[in-house]
Design a protein around this ligand. Sequence first.
Ligand SMILES: *Cc1c(COP(=O)(O)O)cnc(C)c1O
Length: 494
Amino acid sequence: MEISYQSTRGGEAGVTASQAILKGLAADGGLFMPSFIPKLDKSMKEFSLMTYQETAYEVMKLFLTDYTEAELKSCIAKAYDSKFDTEEIAPLSKANGAYYLELYHGSTIAFKDMALSILPHLMTTSAKKNKVNNKIVILAATSGDTGKAAMAGFADVEGTEIIVFYPKDGVSPVQELQMVTQKGDNTHVAAIHGNFDDAQTGVKKIFGDKAFAELLEEKGYQLSSANSINIGRLVPQIVYYVYAYAKLLSSEEIKDGEEINVTVPTGNFGNILAAYFAKLMGTPIKNLICASNENKVLFDFFQTGTYDRNRDFILTTSPSMDILISSNLERLIYLSTGCDGSANADLMNSLGENGNYSVNGEMKEKMNGFIGGFASEAENKAVIKKLFEDTGYLIDTHTGVASAVYNKYKEETKDDTKTIIASTASPYKFSRSVLEAMEGNQETEDEFQIIDHLSNVSGVLVPQAVEEIRTAVVRHTTVCDADQMKEAVLNFLD
Ligand SMILES: *Cc1c(COP(=O)(O)O)cnc(C)c1O
């Protein structure tokens, strides 16, 4: 059945999947949502016999209905190949009774690879289908991982330019090195003075600037987004939740139909929203445990029904979750209004103007399956250390937040439902923080000494993505203020 896409703010509807992916954001500032959520048309038994690529096709075909079978399969084949260091693509590891879904086996060793390996192919296929002749300029704001994964995906892809903005002091050294050494003539990076929200707000402003769009149009460019506001990010992320459930079934860890819980370390609310979509499609998922770090705006929201970004922005050791405006929450809000674009737009305007909004009882009721939790820096450190000491299993600081929140949830509720924890980055992306969790403060400044030390202590091999940046040349040195992002875009394109 054909699905069309509509804006969460009511201003745009009847958009095809390929057009929605190409546009990134709706013209009224809203996010694209499917006109309905399709049901899986294969059983979990059938999924349990499928490869990752086969699962991806069966899930994505239900949303991307204007792509032909050949187009979609070609995109999937190009995305999920030997760039991943395991044929399983997203393997599960059991430790201390939970199942860690490792989403960091792609080329930039964070979960953003799961969607950003395929987004460039979906986008260039869409440009062909829709006879677009402009060059596509991808703008991305990043808290560290999206930027690298998007550049790796789009580097030297014909007909595209990619521009990434990251907060100068808000990413890990490995994240920064990965970005500033990125190869490809069409890749551009700027550090901004500000935090991730400043970068994201700046990018959204550029998207909403009609005069700027016309100026770019004259030069033969049009903008699109690689952030998780793009529905082309969300759909590929649903795949691994279906896949993981099916893998638990085939390895007889669960019975067919048995409900599981999913815990996700959350920032922009994209990953956990994908899990919710998997649930709505028919994957037996009970609770979605939304794990925040000390920037616990989502915890407070699920607790009280009030979203309030008026608070201090805290820099933590899980920088990819240092976010106060979780963009994808808008999609959940929209669903919980019964898909009422104008009601949602009112709330989002309030967020823009006052920094807060409250949902009513009926809406809150509809979000019942979500449970908020948060972990302090100390709790995060402690869980990384303990998990390693108990089991030899090493996790990064984002997965640590999820793990700590899950442990607290289990202790408080005694809910022993089998649980998947989304493991979103390789520990080597945050080596210093992980090592300090295990051994206390480190004297040395040198990032690569830390990396080698971590490898010695843990016995976990240093991934290729980290080896590559040991000697790579820095190619990108632009730094600008958050209010100069438009000028930076023009400079990069000229
Ligand atoms: C982006 C990111 C997150 C947060 O994911 P959202 O989809 O933004 O909620 C968590 N952990 C890591 C390592 C990330 O890169």
